[in-house]
Design a protein around this ligand. Structure first.
Ligand SMILES: Cc1cc2nc3c(=O)[nH]c(=O)nc-3n(C[C@H](O)[C@H](O)[C@H](O)COP(=O)(O)O)c2cc1C
Length: 161
């Protein structure tokens, strides 16, 4: 299967998860394209920026992908602004596509901002006409050890079929 992974990551946690997912999927024989998004201006956490005012400079063409995975962090109880902008910019290409959103966040339980942010992304993908998969939340992203990352990666990979 052709898998496109779109990553929005400020401090590397979501990118680490995306890379784990990518390696696991390639080991299983999938063809993976992973794109860490870049914005202009770069996001600065000390300044509130509305998602619509960001310009993504490297949005991938997802038209030939069989499935699109898109992930990023939770910021201030919501998906990271660049992740929201990526969903908006990709929307015209998502109709009929399988879309799997995922988020990483620092609080230890998914009900603390993780689930609600994932649901926001799932609703955006559904509005764009995508076939939305359950997706995944990685909580406690700053805790030491890889266990949370390997668990979340396994959960994501199990949905890629
Ligand atoms: C400005 C800012 C706001 C954040 N807000 C939340 C939040 O509301 N809930 C939460 O659990 N984590 C929050 N975090 C933590 C990040 O979601 C977490 O560290 C995430 O894994 C970062 O992903 P990244 O390294 O891919 O950027 C916040 C971090 C920053 C910098």
């Amino acid at each position: 299967m052709k898998v496109t992974i779109v990553i929005c990551s400020q401090t590397g946690n979501t990118q680490k998860l995306g890379e784990l997912v990518s390696s696991k999927l390639m080991e299983s024989g999938h063809v993976v394209n992973l794109t860490p998004l870049v914005s202009d201006p770069p996001l600065d956490q000390s300044k509130a920026v509305a998602a619509r005012n960001l310009r993504i400079t490297n949005l991938p063409d997802v038209s030939s992908a069989d499935i699109i995975l898109i992930g990023g962090p939770v910021w201030a109880f919501r998906p990271y602004p660049l992740l929201l902008k990526a969903m908006l910019d990709l929307s015209p290409m998502l109709k009929g596509k399988r879309v799997l959103p995922f988020v990483t966040h620092a609080f230890p339980f998914a009900w603390m901002t993780g689930n609600s942010s994932l649901n926001t992304l799932r609703k955006m993908a559904a509005k764009a006409g995508a076939q939305v998969l359950p997706g995944a939340v990685l909580s406690g992203s700053g805790k030491p050890g890889l266990e949370r990352y390997t668990e979340a990666a396994a959960k994501i990979c199990a949905q890629v079929q």
